[in-house]
Design a protein around this ligand. Sequence first.
Ligand code: GLN
Length: 207
Amino acid sequence: TKKIGVLALQGAFIEHVTLLKRAIDKHNYDVSVTTVKTASQLAECDSLVIPGGESTTISLIAKRTGLLQPLLDFVHDPSKTVWGTCAGLIFLAEKLSNESKFVDSLDLLKVRVRRNAFGRQAESFIQTCDFSSFIPGCTDFQVFFIRAPIIENVLSNDVEVLFALDDGSIVAVSQQGRILGTSFHPELSDNDIRFHDWFIQKYVLGL
Ligand code: GLN
């Protein structure tokens, strides 16, 4: 049984747990899900989801609770897979173009990320996206951008752009098929498990 951990220090982790569980139940995958707050919980996992929330807070709590080094070891282990959404993407990124001093990064994803890239006036929006180029048949998926970052630059050939908005802003990338980063929240649209289902198939089960 593969185990997915959802980092539960701060932010929208329950929503990830709920949708992952729904996808597992629906397809009877041999996969389990658990929340992760400690190094011993992390040690049991094969995959880790780092949720949206506030990257500075997540990073600070990780540091204060002694989880930062175990997280670094985990995400840099080539046998593990990782998905960061929004603040999770920021936490994973090698470079930040602004406010970098506030975040102790996991220094993994070879991209440069701009926090709060859509500004503070219109902090959130919902967009229906056509993800069918990487999720078969998924032409109409509703995602939430909440004070979202964008990926300004891809810094390595290891990083594949999965999705960009019409204006060219990169909002989903994959590094070596092992690390997934998304600017948006696909876990806030109540019933739609397709994105999580795809993550399980591709990143957890390696199908
Ligand atoms: N703006 C937040 C940050 O910088 C991210 C917002 C989110 O995760 N929804 O961490």
